[in-house]
Design a protein. Structure first.
Length: 317
């Protein structure tokens, strides 16, 4: 059994390594194409071992089937957006996600087949089907959970960010310099919003307008409060009002909303505790209270016999 587990781990590692090598080869060809133009991409000196091994060979039906099946594993736009919103925005995020999906779909059924004993073929089939469904759903649930938690962390950090932005703007810094300063100050306390503010500052320095950079931050996070902040900043620039005043008012609004959200969660806590109490606490409480009485009743009526016998230790005709 340990040998089988080692083989499974090696197989998954080989698949992940092959996928990473293929993506690295594609990226290398793209860099060469941009550097040397179309001629460099078609030159024999830039041929790829992984992608051009069958160049010049007529496509067969098997090749077309492999191409179609390979397209099934492409990451759809929604999954790519969820990966970015969860904080996995690296160049290898999509490949890693695909490798995790493949590893879970292959590894969990094999582990279930090896570790869980089954008495019949039907039980084994049901077990494998259940593990396949679990392996297919589990990564998606984890990604949705990561997105939700990151959005909650960003929402909790926004009032502090607004206060620091107000201090920097009223101290004489421009909005872009204030964003950079706040991003550096919040790096340890709130790393999620710090990374987004740094990205906004880099885009503005690269020539992107402030409005587009802030809208991109909303698209990357999916936090509604950032969209409202973008609207306030646009209205402030169009109407000529003070940016510091806008940020101060919006920061107070965010704090009020955060307080109301905490009060709402506190008010719904007793209702959420009803189900655990009903199914976990109350049965144990009933056993402790009614258990001795039930034992006494069993002892009292356990000695009764039909006709002449004893009831509770007393002789009856």
């Amino acid at each position: 059994m340990p040998i089988i587990l080692v083989l499974i781990v090696l197989a998954v590692g080989a698949l992940a390594t092959a996928a990473m090598a293929l993506v690295a080869d594609i990226r290398r060809r793209e860099v060469l194409r941009r550097a040397g133009g179309a001629a460099a991409a078609s030159d024999d000196s830039f041929r790829s071992v992984l992608l051009d091994a069958r160049a010049g060979v007529e496509d067969t039906r098997l090749d077309r089937i492999i191409t179609v099946m390979g397209g099934w594993w492409k990451t759809d736009p929604k999954t790519e957006s969820d990966l970015v919103r969860a904080g996995y925005d690296g160049s290898m995020a999509a490949v890693t996600w695909g490798a995790v999906r493949v590893a879970s779909l292959i590894g969990l059924p094999i582990l279930a087949f090896v570790l869980v004993p089954a008495r019949s073929a039907s039980q084994m089939m049901l077990l494998v089907i259940a593990t396949c469904v679990t392996a297919y759903i589990l990564p998606t649930l984890y990604l949705a959970r990561a997105v939700r938690f990151r959005q909650e962390r960003i929402v909790r950090s926004l009032p502090d960010v607004m206060d620091l932005l107000v201090l920097c703007v009223e101290a004489g810094l421009g909005f872009d310099a204030a964003v950079l300063r706040v991003a550096k100050e919040m790096e340890n306390a709130h790393p999620d919003i710090s990374a987004e503010l740094l990205l906004v500052n880099r885009k503005v320095n690269a020539g992107v307008t402030r409005e587009e950079a802030l809208r991109a931050a909303y698209a990357r996070t999916g936090v509604e409060q950032l969209r409202i902040l973008v609207q306030h900043m646009i209205q402030s620039e169009r109407l000529g009002t003070s940016v510091g005043k806008v940020l101060r008012v919006y920061g107070q609004t965010l704090r009020v909303k955060r307080k109301q959200n905490a009060e709402r969660k506190a008010a719904t806590a007793p209702l959420k505790m009803t189900i655990p109490m009903a199914f976990l606490i109350l049965p144990a409480l009933f056993i402790v209270i009614l258990g001795p009485a039930a034992l006494q009743m069993i002892k009292l009526f356990g000695g009764r016999t039909i006709g002449t016998g004893t009831v509770g230790g007393a002789l009856v005709p």
